[in-house]
Design a protein around this ligand. Structure first.
Ligand code: FRU
Length: 478
């Protein structure tokens, strides 16, 4: 939603209780609230931030402007979870309240150090002429959620990057703390800078160099770079804005991509043997995915189900955006798989066979088995006229297509109304529907489609249009 700059950058303290209550009341009116996905209490949710394990719990913050469905003065909002499925908002926030983050506490990461959680983020600072000074800054969060910001800037803008320099991700590699930061070069190409914490002191960062990951620079900016290790192999996740479509085919305004690499050379610095760039997700919206390695070595990721610069049907209710399910990364036969954590099955309340249904709760999981050499067409969010979200799994041509053109309220149609990917054989799909979200995992995560759908009244049916898929329907509890 387009709102004037004065509104979007109005100090938090100036918003009255009455105004805040009016926004909450509007949010409450929406028919599209999710039941098992994180949504903002109010306003806009974008990137996942500070995803980590600390003090016996998982922590996940989200980027938020709390006063409407627009990108304004951003804060981090804290949630925590024991099982990576049920998250609770704790009331802890990292607010833009200081000279080093005066125009927004932008995205970043977290790492437990001693008995505190270190938050590493970008302070978006602008001067009176609206000239930006992007600062990489830090804060501690203690076990009680008390946040204490560092006074000194950790990384200043280097002289070979423009004002687009943000989203530090801290990680440990061979007992050494590193951080990567998304950047734009002076000739407006996207790249990634690597830093190292001298003596593992997070107050003392030194530039190692520009990370060679086999990128072409066809993008103009790389947002939210993340490096995680899957079976010791570095996997780079990133959001390249303006990436050339000859380099990678994609339909969303910006893609969210990855490369699987063979090794990490911290001296060059380089990711050696990087695969070609691939789409992380084939749906209508998944962006700024953040990952981290858990103490027991798993690589977990979570995505923003939303995209920059897009208006959503929920904007009229003063909120926008949601978090994806938490997904675990694995590599099988050289391919990257993403699949919800095992605890996701704890949401299942009752089970039924996969059959046509005139109406559902729109809060369910489908586990579908496809026939080889067959084309299956499945309609979700279906209405009595036989329209809805159409998933076509065509094992004769090796394509999976998601067609949203007849599903619910239409929006962002300039970017097309269907999405497609190729796959040799689709044997299964696990489809998670949550009122206005659908996450589809083909072959347990070989290919993923994450999307919003905003159904109108009566759009909740399931219809098998062609093929003979078998499988189960699980009602999911909130
Ligand atoms: C990506 C992004 C980040 C930035 C944040 C601001 O969606 O633009 O690069 O830190 O959002 O909210």
């Amino acid at each position: 939603m387009n709102l004037p700059t004065e509104v979007r950058y109005r100090p938090y303290a100036d918003w009255t209780q009455k105004e805040r209550a009016a926004i909450r009341a509007k949010v409450a009116e929406s028919p599209w609230h999710t039941h098992y996905h994180i949504e903002p209490k109010t306003g806009l949710l974008n990137d996942p931030n500070g995803f980590s394990y600390f003090n016996g719990k998982f922590h996940l913050f989200y980027q938020n402007w709390p006063f409407g469905a627009a990108h304004g003065l951003k804060q981090w909002v804290h949630t925590q979870s024991s099982d990576l499925v049920h998250f609770e908002e704790t009331g802890v926030t990292l607010e833009p309240d200081n000279k080093n983050d005066s125009h927004g506490a932008y995205s970043g990461s977290a790492y437990p150090i001693g008995d505190k959680l270190f938050l590493f983020y970008t302070g978006n600072v602008r001067d009176e002429n609206w000239v930006r000074d992007p600062l990489q800054i830090g804060a501690w969060m203690d076990k009680n959620g008390k946040i204490e910001k560092f006074t000194d800037v950790l990384i200043q803008q280097p002289n070979d990057v423009t004002e687009h320099f943000r989203d530090p991700q801290i990680f440990k590699y061979q007992d050494q703390f590193y951080a990567i930061v998304g950047a734009q070069s002076l000739n407006e190409q996207g790249f990634i800078k690597l830093y190292k914490a001298l003596d593992n002191d997070v107050y003392n960062w030194q530039e190692v160099g520009n990370l060679d990951f086999g990128g072409t620079g066809s993008e103009y900016m790389i947002e939210c770079p993340n490096l995680v290790f899957v079976d010791n192999r570095p996997v780079l996740l990133y959001s390249p804005q303006g990436l050339s479509k000859t380099e990678l085919s994609y339909d969303n305004i910006y893609p969210n991509t990855y490369k699987i690499c063979q090794s990490f050379d911290t001296n060059q610095p380089a990711l050696i043997g990087a695969s070609k760039i691939s789409n992380l997700d084939y749906g209508f919206e998944a962006y700024a995915t953040q990952g981290f390695n858990t103490p027991d070595g798993r690589a977990l990721i979570v995505s923003w189900i939303g995209l920059p610069d897009i208006d959503y049907p929920t904007d009229q209710y003063d909120y926008q955006g949601a978090m994806s399910l938490v997904k675990e990364l694995t590599i099988k036969n050289g391919k990257l798989y993403q699949y919800p954590v095992p605890a996701i099955t704890s949401l299942r309340s009752s089970q039924d066979r996969l059959t046509n249904k005139l109406e559902t709760s729109n809060t369910y999981e489908l586990e579908v088995n496809f026939e080889a050499k067959e084309k299956t067409e499945l309609l979700l969010f279906a209405d009595e006229k036989g329209q809805g979200l159409k998933l076509t799994v065509d094992n004769t041509t090796g394509t999976v297509t998601l067609d949203r053109s007849k599903a619910g309220i239409q929006y962002a149609t300039d970017f097309g109304t269907s999405r497609e990917c190729r796959i040799e054989q689709a044997q299964t799909a696990n489809i998670f529907v949550d009122n206005s979200i659908v996450e589809i995992f083909i072959n347990k995560g070989e290919k993923v489609f994450t999307s919003r759908v905003f159904p109108e009244k009566g759009q909740s049916g399931i219809k098998i249009l062609s093929g003979q898929p078998t499988g189960s329907y699980f009602e999911l509890k909130a």
